[in-house]
Design a protein around this ligand. Structure first.
Ligand code: SF4
Length: 470
C-alpha cells in the first residue's frame, strides 16, 4: 500500500464498494465504542475525568522543553542513553548506528505508531537488519505487507477468514476456523523470535519526567518481552508523550484503556527506567531512548498545538461516520480517522493531504468521545480555511462574490430566483448527469444537485404572515 492522502476520494470510492471491509470496520468500531461508553459511565463523572486529563496534557505541553530536559537527565542518571531526532531519517539512523555498535541483526518490536511514522522497518531492512512485529495485529499486517488501518487495532479491516487464509498461505498453518488456534499458532512462532532476538524495540505511551520512566500499555505481553528479554532495548517516543509526574499518569491511565479498547485497564502496564540494575536478575544491559520531533515542534508553535495532547486511543475513529464508512487505509496516511485528518496535513504539509480536513461531517462526535476533549472539528475548519487561502483564484473570486451577495439583501433575493430557475434547467437523473458546469462541477461530482423550492422562505412568510415583513 502506498501512502497518498491526496488520493482519499478515489480510495474511499473503492472502499465503499468493499462489503467485507465495511462489515469488518463496522463490527470493530461498533464493539470498541460500545465498550468505551459502558466503562466510561462507570467512572461516575466522565466529563470531570476528561477535563482533568486534558489539564494534565496541556500543562505538560506548556512545559515541554523543560520536561524533556528533565527526562533526559533522569534517563541518563539511571544508566540509559538519550538521543534526539529532528526527523524520521535521523531517528532511523540512530537505530541503525546502535545496531552497528552492538552488532545487532535481528530484533523484535512491540506495537508503535511512531515507528510506522518514521518508516523504521524498511530503513532497517535496507541495512540488513530484520525486525519482527510481535503485536498479533501488527504481525498480521507485516506478513500481509500492509499497514495498520486503525491507531489501536491494526487489522480492524480484516475478517477472521482473511487472517486464516493469510496464515495458511504465508505460514503454512493447518486449516482452522478457531481464532484461538490461529492465535496459538502465531504465538509459537513469536516465542522463538523473542528467544532469538538481539534487540527489542518499543514505542512509549507516556514518559514520566520526574523519574525518567517510559511506560507502555499492552494486552499481549509482547511489549514486556520485547523490552525485557533481549540485551538491548531501544524506545522511540514522540516528544509530546511526556507528562511531569506519576500523578498525571494516574489520571491519564484511567482513560487510555477505557477509550481505546473499552477496558478498565490493559493486561500489562510496563514502565522502564534505564537498563537493568546490577541487583536485577533480568532486563536489558543497554537502554536507548530516541526522542522524536519530526514536525511536532512546528505544530507546537501554531494554533494547532492542542493536537499534540492526543494520547492515541483511537476513540475518535470509532465514532466517526467517515472512518466507519471507508476504514483507515482510505486516508493514505499512518495516522487516520479524525485526528489523522488533523495531524497528517500538519506533519506532511497541507498541500500533501488536501482532502483530509474535508473528510469529516463536522458532527462533533470525535470531540465528545475524545478523553482529552481535543477540539478536532474546530481544527478541521481552520485547516480548511488555510487550504482555501491556497486555492485556485477562481475559487477565491467565487467565495468573494458569495460573500458580497450574502451581505446585500436585494442581490441575495435575485440570486435565489436565478438559482431556482437555474436548477430547473439542469438535467436530472443521478449524479452522473445532473452536474454543475466548471468551475462548480466539484460540488456535484459525488452528489445530486438539490432542486430549489419554487417559493423562497421570504415569499412564503410574506404570503402567510402579512404585515410582519417588508
Ligand atoms: S484525538 Fe482524542 S479520541 Fe482521537 S486518538 Fe487522540 S486522544 Fe483519542
Amino acid at each position: 500500500m502506498d501512502f497518498n492522502p491526496n488520493a482519499f476520494m478515489q480510495s474511499s470510492i473503492i472502499a465503499l464498494e468493499d462489503i467485507q471491509l465495511r462489515t469488518a470496520v463496522a463490527r470493530g468500531t461498533g464493539n470498541a465504542d460500545g465498550r468505551r461508553r459502558e466503562v466510561m459511565a462507570e467512572t461516575g463523572t466522565p466529563d470531570n475525568l476528561r477535563q482533568q486529563a486534558r489539564g494534565a496534557k496541556l500543562r505538560a505541553l506548556a512545559d515541554l522543553p523543560d520536561l524533556l530536559e528533565q527526562m533526559e537527565r533522569n534517563v541518563t542518571a539511571a544508566g540509559g542513553s538519550v538521543l534526539w531526532a529532528k526527523d524520521a531519517a535521523e531517528a532511523n539512523q540512530h537505530v541503525i548506528d546502535i545496531c552497528k555498535r552492538h552488532k545487532l541483526k535481528r530484533g523484535v518490536k512491540s506495537k508503535s505508531m511512531v515507528t510506522e511514522e518514521i518508516g523504521l522497518l524498511p530503513a532497517l531492512e535496507q541495512n540488513g537488519i530484520q525486525m519482527v512485529e510481535t503485536d498479533l495485529g501488527e504481525y498480521i499486517v507485516q506478513i500481509n505487507q500492509s499497514h495498520p488501518s486503525h491507531i489501536v487495532m491494526p487489522v480492524m479491516h480484516m475478517t477472521k477468514a482473511q487472517v486464516r487464509d493469510l496464515f495458511m498461505d504465508k505460514l503454512g498453518m493447518p486449516h482452522t476456523d478457531d481464532a484461538r488456534d490461529m492465535t496459538q499458532f502465531a504465538r509459537k512462532i513469536l516465542r522463538e523470535e523473542f528467544l532469538n532476538a538481539d534487540f527489542g524495540m518499543t514505542g512509549g505511551n507516556f514518559m514520566i519526567a520526574e523519574t525518567g520512566t517510559v511506560v507502555i500499555v499492552t494486552n499481549e505481553g509482547n511489549g514486556r518481552l520485547s523490552s525485557g528479554m533481549p540485551p538491548v532495548h531501544i524506545a522511540v517516543v514522540g516528544i509530546e508523550k511526556i507528562v511531569p509526574t506519576w500523578e498525571d499518569f494516574a489520571t491519564l491511565i484511567q482513560l487510555l484503556p477505557r477509550s481505546a479498547t473499552g477496558q478498565r485497564m490493559t493486561v500489562y502496564v510496563n514502565g522502564f527506567t534505564g537498563p537493568a540494575r546490577r541487583s536485577e536478575p533480568d532486563g536489558p544491559e543497554h537502554f536507548y531512548l530516541i526522542l522524536l520531533d519530526n514536525g511536532r515542534s512546528s505544530i507546537y508553535e501554531t494554533e494547532y498545538a492542542e493536537s499534540l495532547a492526543c494520547i492515541r486511543c483511537g476513540a475518535c475513529s470509532n465514532v466517526c461516520p467517515v472512518y466507519k464508512s471507508v476504514g483507515g487505509h482510505s486516508y493514505g496516511a499512518v495516522y487516520n480517522g479524525p485526528i489523522g485528518a488533523v495531524i497528517t496535513p500538519l506533519l506532511q504539509g497541507k498541500e500533501n493531504a488536501k482532502p483530509l480536513p474535508y473528510a469529516s461531517s463536522l458532527c462533533g462526535a470525535c470531540k465528545s468521545a475524545c478523553p482529552v476533549d481535543i477540539n478536532i472539528p474546530d481544527m478541521l475548519l481552520k485547516l480548511r480555511r488555510d487550504l482555501h487561502q491556497t486555492q485556485e483564484p477562481v475559487w477565491q473570486m467565487g467565495m468573494k462574490a458569495w460573500q458580497f451577495g450574502m451581505s446585500h439583501p436585494l442581490l441575495y433575493q435575485l440570486g435565489g430566483k436565478a438559482a431556482t430557475l437555474g436548477s430547473k434547467a439542469l438535467p436530472s437523473g443521478g449524479a452522473e448527469v445532473s452536474g454543475l458546469p466548471y468551475p462548480l462541477h466539484g460540488w456535484t461530482q459525488y452528489r445530486d444537485f438539490p432542486t430549489f423550492a419554487p417559493q423562497s422562505f421570504r415569499e412564503w412568510f410574506k404570503a402567510n404572515r402579512p404585515g410582519k415583513v417588508e
